[in-house]
Design a binder for this molecule. Structure first.
Ligand code: ADP
Ligand code: MG
Length: 700
């Protein structure tokens, strides 16, 4: 049921009419009363304060002056013609200047009369003036001006036709008194009481015509809360439906494989975070529901081990597992380290990649089908239809951002009931964003690094310090360490970047000549096989320096590498820098990350680099990244629809998002289908929102 007042067409508003209505629809997307009401001001101007002319010292803020016009003059000819009025208060004189509309303005300015003038100063030489200010005559019976004047966004076209901020303000003023009794509540009495919310009607009025700052705050709070609340409610509701529908294999026991491994093979104590996460996974795989979980953990936080323990639980319950990683080298590393862990446990494991031989594949396919094989590790070769399991119970995806949704969904079909899914990522997404965007995923976080990790020291160096950097590399290599040197590869300027890389490689080769030094190079133009080979040479410790483009970004583990030099570091995004840095600091040696740039740096590049120098904390970096780039950019357009909030900001309003989610979740716990009388309004509004935007929130 939609409300007839709110859905009234905008041309029925007094002062609009068909022609303006057309403009409002086309330019501002305002078709109905509701659209006008939710065309919220993007800021407010405080008109309660009167400034003194002498104190005006910035062109940054709007000011309000009170004074007498002492003189009016016109200057210039034709197109450069301007009108100047001199406004005087007890502290000084300010020029008010008009280039346009002189004919209309001039008769309203009368020498000797007092005016209230409002505008943003422009700086001219060393003095300030006001160009095209608002003004009104100061009458003796000074009517109180509204303290907070709304400012609305508009478009150039709409502006030109009188629908500027002022024009929109006029319309909301017309609409405002008509709201009485017309704005239905959307929240339950108990929520309104608990949060001390003002009514929706009041909120709409106050957000456009604030009585005072406090009421404005309440209005914004009410409307933002509503926005977040319904977003979260919808996401959670979807999840409830999904959980009800999707049965999962029940892994009831933690048995011999897990216990043997845990008690006798585990080479170190799990961190508390790892323990907590393993418990979360165990509970969820034992619940009878399908698990679809995102495991976030900074680089080096020990996600692989958590994955392995989960696979052992699957094994103990008679199920097979797979672990998929985006590159061959990563799968090989996983295979090697996990095989070593599993020695003597009787758990069987194989590796399947694009370069597995046909004869090997045949054996693997057979063993998968007859159940001899417990764990299969591989690249997306695993996704091929020919790879069939006897009883796949758990699929783990490492470094998920390299895999698309489509690929993930292929995994779901590898058994009659979809296997449990665990997606591991080292690109932390701030929690508030993650729980909104991946509303249908459960999220586990490893927020602790294993003990004894040495902080990586990060340094910013300019290109002119290159000799110093070479010297430093030389010293590290002399101590037996290895060095990465990474060049950016940005698609638009691929050729230039490639040249940079080759130039860099050559100067490096001159500075670190054979036979004493051996260099590897890896870049996007090489064949996969050659890349693998070079990576292996470096991983084995045969080469000292790895010169590469960003292909080494993901998961590679060479514990002996202790220096990461990033060339043109300003060209990398923050999370990318953090990922790259995570390639070092994996062994017992003190590690370094050197960010190279030239002197000219944009403001955001400076922020990125100083953030890197300041902290090693992936979550802190993710938050900063989000501030710099905005969520849409980080998540891609595919998911940005969900972030289409009118008032709320998932980052800045972090606490409110969490609160709204908590309340939505609480509500659904008590009343999963919103059947209680007291939640009637909520149910109705939710249905209305879903009717309008059927795909809203459909993700993952
Ligand atoms: P990531 O989360 O980046 O995938 P890994 O799983 O590769 O991290 O683990 C990084 C390193 O830390 C590995 O060498 C692993 O053996 C080690 N590790 C994992 N958990 C612990 C722990 N609890 N204590 C000590 N070392 C650990
Ligand atoms: Mg990893």
């Amino acid at each position: 049921m939609s409300n007839s007042f709110l859905s009234t067409s905008i041309e029925y508003l007094k002062g609009v009419g068909p022609k303006r209505a057309e403009l409002m629809k086309k330019e501002l997307g305002i078709f109905t009363f509701e659209h006008l009401l939710t065309h919220y001001p993007f800021r407010y101007i405080d008109r309660s304060k009167v400034h003194k002319i002498k104190e005006v010292n910035s062109a940054e803020v709007h000011i309000q002056l009170k004074g007498k016009i002492t003189r009016i003059s016109e200057a210039g000819e034709k197109r450069s013609k301007r009108l100047i009025a001199y406004l005087q208060d007890e502290t000084g004189v300010m020029e008010l200047i008009w280039f346009k509309g002189i004919k209309w303005v001039k008769p309203k300015l009368i020498v000797g009369k007092e005016y209230i003038v409002f505008g943003k100063p422009s700086q001219f030489n060393n003095s300030f003036n006001l160009v095209h200010p608002d003004f009104e005559e100061k009458t003796t019976a000074d009517k109180p001006v509204a303290n907070l004047q709304p400012v609305y966004s508009s478009t150039e076209k709409a502006n030109a036709l009188g629908l500027n901020s002022k024009g929109i303000e006029k319309l909301t003023k017309v609409l405002s008194p008509q709201l009485r009794g017309q704005i239905p509540e959307t929240l339950s009495n108990s929520l309104i009481a608990e949060l001390k919310l003002i009514s929706r009607e009041r909120a709409y009025r106050e957000i456009h015509l604030p009585s005072n700052a406090e009421m404005l705050k309440k209005a914004i709070f009410r409307l933002k809360f509503e926005e977040f609340f319904f977003l979260q409610l919808r996401l959670l509701k979807q999840k409830v439906i999904q959980d009800q529908k999707l049965k999962g294999f029940v892994f009831e026991t933690v048995g011999e494989s897990f216990n043997t491994f845990y008690n006798t093979k585990l080479p170190f104590e799990l961190t508390n975070a790892q323990k907590r996460v393993v418990k979360e996974i165990r509970n969820s795989m034992g619940s009878g529901k399908h698990m679809n979980r995102l495991l976030q953990g900074d680089v080096g936080s020990g996600k692989t081990l958590v994955g392995l323990l989960s696979m052992l639980i699957a094994k103990d319950n008679g199920y097979q597992s797979l672990l998929m990683a985006p590159t061959e080298i990563l799968t090989i590393q996983h295979y090697q380290s996990i095989s070593k862990y599993l020695e003597g446990t009787g758990v069987t494991i194989s590796l399947l990649t694009g370069s597995s031989k046909t004869s090997e594949r045949k054996i693997i396919h057979e063993q998968l089908l007859n159940g001899e094989l417990d764990i299969l590790i591989g690249t997306h070769a695993l996704l091929e239809d020919i790879v069939q399991f006897k009883n796949l119970g758990l699929a783990i995806i490492d470094e998920q951002h390299r895999f698309g949704v489509k690929q993930r969904s292929k995994l779901w079909r590898k058994n009659t009931i979809p296997p449990h899914i665990l997606v591991m990522t080292a690109t932390p997404i701030p929690r508030t964003l993650a729980m909104t965007v991946y509303g249908d995923l459960d999220i586990s976080v490893i927020d602790e690094l294993p003990p004894g990790r040495k902080e990586i020291t990060t340094i910013h160096k300019f290109d002119k310090d290159r000799l110093y950097v070479f010297k430093f590399m030389e010293k590290q290599i002399a101590e037996g360490r290895q060095v990465y040197v990474v060049y950016p590869l940005i698609e638009e300027s691929e050729h230039l970047d490639f040249k940079d890389l080759m130039d860099g490689y050559e100067s490096m080769a001159r500075r670190f000549p054979l036979p004493k030094y051996r260099l590897s190079i890896v870049h996007g133009k090489m064949k996969a096989k050659d890349k693998e080979y070079e990576m292996q040479q470096f991983a084995k410790g045969f080469t000292h320096i790895m010169v590469a483009t960003t292909v080494i970004e993901v998961g590679v583990n060479v514990p002996n590498a202790s220096v990461m030099v990033i060339e043109s570091a300003n060209k990398f995004g923050l999370s990318q820098l953090h990922q790259l840095r995570g390639r070092v600091g994996r062994g017992s040696d003190k590690s370094y990350c050197i960010l190279m740039t030239d002197y000219k740096l944009s403001q955001t590049a400076k922020t990125r680099i100083s953030t890197m120098v300041r902290t090693n904390d992936g979550f802190e970096i993710a938050e900063e990244d989000l501030k710099l780039r905005g969520p849409g950019d980080i998540l891609g357009t595919q998911q940005s629809g969900i972030l289409d909030l009118k008032l709320g900001d998932l980052i800045k309003d972090n606490q409110l998002v969490v609160a709204a989610r908590g309340m939505a979740s609480e509500l659904l716990k008590k009343d999963p289908n919103l059947e209680l009388q007291e939640n009637y309004l909520i149910r109705q509004h939710l249905a209305e929102l879903i009717r309008r935007k059927p795909n809203w929130g459909r993700i993952s």
